[in-house]
Design a protein around this ligand. Structure first.
Ligand SMILES: Nc1ncnc2c1ncn2[C@@H]1O[C@H](COP(=O)(O)OP(=O)(O)OP(=O)(O)O)[C@@H](O)[C@H]1O
Length: 284
């Protein structure tokens, strides 16, 4: 059994029915995505509820990234709707998107910091783009976000090229949180980090999720990250969500992808850890 898995905090799962957890923060209905003749999504439905961490898994090319980009309004589906905070953004114009963007943050896989800007200026950028905040307020807010992600003021003047992989992730997370979003998107948040750094980044996400009351949508291949953070998992296969629910429920679903993904070597170890723990109670 891996220490790495054992040290991880227990996932908190929710099974409360919809009427008790409120309306979904994200609601995708009958979504179809086509690129030319290639159909990536067909009749895909998914709801993400307030305060949960929902992870999307699926084989390569099943359209996880495209789905994430559609939730951010960066790509338009061929048909169907993508509602975020109750607004359909599947064909949003630039103005609607700009307004919505102030309510969500995105952590891209590679961090995606601007290489020509210091850490401070990268984190300040979303605030400066609002053109509403005085520079002294921005300064205090940037330093606060930096301390929230474990970066001291001494890192503020550094360029991204001077940072380690773990620090780039932290600075990128601080930028994603700059406008105090209610909804956070994470694309492979621990990719490229060694196990220790990955472990501490997962703990940071757990802490921030609890302290800030965030709703989180995550795409990850990493089982340790998946099991440590996810309240529910949505499995993408055959062009739609074939199963969604707490990990224990997903593991019972008889589907070749689920068997392959969760019940290979690393998956089995993680499942053993999960089985040795008492079932977590509902979080709400
Ligand atoms: N702009 C585009 N034009 C044409 N095809 C695209 C475009 N964007 C994505 N695709 C195709 O859509 C499919 C889904 O891509 P996507 O990147 O979402 O998969 P994924 O599930 O994230 O895969 P991976 O796990 O390998 O990153 C792929 O077959 C990809 O080639």
């Amino acid at each position: 059994m891996s220490d790495f898995v054992e040290r991880r905090a227990k996932p908190r799962l929710t099974k409360k029915p919809e009427h008790e957890v409120g309306p979904p923060v994200v609601e995708i209905t009958n979504l179809t995505t086509k690129f030319g003749r290639t159909v990536v999504h067909q009749d895909l439905n998914l709801k993400v509820y307030q305060g949960e961490i929902l992870s999307i898994v699926g084989g390569s090319g099943t359209g996880k990234t495209v789905l994430l980009r559609q939730m951010l309004g960066l790509e338009h589906p061929s048909s169907g709707s993508v509602c975020v905070f109750g607004e359909d953004i599947s064909h949003a114009d630039a103005q609607q998107l700009q307004r919505m963007r102030n309510h969500w943050g995105m952590l891209f896989q590679q961090g995606a910091l601007y290489s020509a800007l210091t850490v401070f200026d990268n984190i300040a950028l979303p605030m400066r783009e609002l053109r509403a905040l005085p520079e002294d307020v921005i300064r205090d807010a940037v330093l606060l976000k930096m301390s929230m992600v474990g970066l001291g003021p001494d890192q503020a003047a550094k360029m991204p090229s001077d940072l380690s992989g773990g620090m780039i992730k932290r600075a990128s997370l601080a930028r994603a949180l700059a406008l105090e979003p209610q909804l956070l998107f994470l694309d492979e948040p621990t990719a490229g980090l060694d196990p220790d750094l990955s472990d501490s980044f997962v703990e940071l996400i757990q802490t921030l999720h609890a302290e800030l009351g965030l709703t989180v949508v995550m795409v990850t291949h990493d089982l340790d990250t998946l099991f440590a953070l996810s309240h529910r998992i949505a499995v993408l296969a055959e062009k739609h969500v074939i199963a969604v629910g707490p990990v224990r429920d997903i593991l019972k679903v008889d589907h070749p992808f689920i068997k392959h993904f969760f019940l290979g070597g690393r998956g089995k170890r993680a499942v053993q850890v999960l089985d040795s723990e008492p079932a977590p109670g509902p979080e709400h």
